[in-house]
Design a binder for this molecule. Structure first.
Ligand SMILES: NC(=O)c1ccc[n+]([C@@H]2O[C@H](COP(=O)([O-])OP(=O)(O)OC[C@H]3O[C@@H](n4cnc5c(N)ncnc54)[C@H](O)[C@@H]3O)[C@@H](O)[C@H]2O)c1
Length: 328
């Protein structure tokens, strides 16, 4: 029995629920804070939480849920007062596209919320912290694959700017208060339970309903898709890394698959898996969307032993199988 207690913010969401279940199955005790917001159907998050509860029961591990907001300082302090926490994984955040319409809200949740957590962790002498950043910090950098050493001074959405700012805030807490912090730059994550607003989920639904597929741009933009089990594996490796004693760690890791494919190819892979002929409706590119994401994960491989295993054809099959059985 590991007997460590991990606080996961956004634990009822897509990635947070997978992370919670995997950690519980390994013997960790889990605390979740989530506000079940309406960015997408909160019933999906309720279902996610039910499945987390089942895993906690199966492995006889503790699971505690706080329904609330990471910006609520009183609640955050209460969580740290009531629990002996060994590490924090910060996933709760607002997402990409509406950030252009509502940048103030994004700064509020993504930066003030994060600082609220860092502050409580510092005050309660919690030294181990994992912040989930994003490949979007690379903006439209021309050099690929993206390395953690590349400049990231040109984010093209408020969301990306808050992720970069989050990494900087984490560095400040590491430097001032000797916290061990890893910032993980996730590259588009997919798999069972993927958020309904994201392309793979949306295209699968539209193809099954014989609807048109909206394709923003000419289909040549590409993404480095990363299967959920690989992301979770890398995240747990990073968590174990920052929980090491007697080390002074601040590090940034790309967690990607390193096999970018174009939007057109992605549509074809999904269509082939579903045995459909997609009808594509081409639309103008959306502002805030980058041309390409492409990870160089050699640093994560070297330090954490991260090695993604699931390639896109297999991952799409696994996603589609899940979708047909479960999606609402
Ligand atoms: N999904 C991807 O492809 C991807 C790619 C790069 C980075 N990320 C990052 O991974 C993290 C998780 O993403 P996801 O796809 O699982 O998203 P998600 O929306 O499914 O999960 C986020 C969860 O956070 C909760 N939340 C939001 N604001 C909150 C607040 N103020 N207080 C408490 N809870 C709040 C939401 O209710 C939700 O359950 C995010 O930080 C995201 O930026 C995701």
């Amino acid at each position: 029995m590991i007997n460590k207690k991990i606080l996961i913010t956004g634990g009822a969401g897509f990635i947070g629920s997978h992370l919670s279940k995997k950690l519980l199955s390994k013997g960790y005790n889990i605390i979740i804070i989530d506000n079940f917001n309406e960015f997408y159907n909160p019933e999906i998050k309720e279902e996610n939480f039910k499945s987390i509860k089942e895993v906690a029961k199966k492995y006889c591990c503790e699971l505690t849920l706080y329904r609330g907001d990471i910006r609520d300082t009183t609640l955050i302090n209460k969580i740290f007062d009531e629990n002996l926490i060994n590490g924090v994984v910060s996933l709760a955040i607002m997402q990409v596209r509406p950030s252009i319409e509502d940048p103030l809200y994004y700064v509020d949740v993504n930066l003030l919320g994060l600082t609220n957590l860092l502050e409580a962790a510092k005050n309660h002498e919690i030294k181990s912290f994992v912040f989930i950043s994003s490949s979007s910090v690379y903006g439209n950098n021309k050099k690929v694959p993206f390395s953690e050493k590349d400049p990231v001074d040109n984010p093209i959405s408020p969301y990306a700017a808050t992720k970069k700012a989050g990494e900087l805030m984490c560095y400040t807490y590491h430097s001032l208060f000797e916290m061990n912090i890893a910032c993980l730059r996730y590259f588009t994550v997919y798999g069972p339970g993927q958020r309904p607003d994201l392309a793979i989920n949306k295209f699968t639904r539209l193809m099954l309903e014989d609807e048109e597929i909206p394709m923003f741009g000419d289909g040549t933009t590409s993404r480095d898709y990363t299967y959920i089990s690989d992301i979770i594996d890398g995240t747990i490796k990073a968590l174990d890394y920052v929980m090491q004693q007697n080390k002074h760690i601040y590090d940034i890791f790309n967690l990607g698959g390193s096999h970018p494919i174009s939007l057109k190819e992605l549509i074809n892979v999904i269509a082939k898996t579903l045995d459909k002929s997609p009808r594509i409706k081409q639309l103008p590119m959306q502002s805030g969307d980058v041309d390409i994401t492409y990870s160089d994960f050699s640093h994560a491989k070297e330090v954490l032993g991260y090695e993604p295993k699931v390639l896109i054809d297999e991952g799409i099959k696994l996603f589609v199988n899940w979708y047909i059985k479960h999606a609402k």
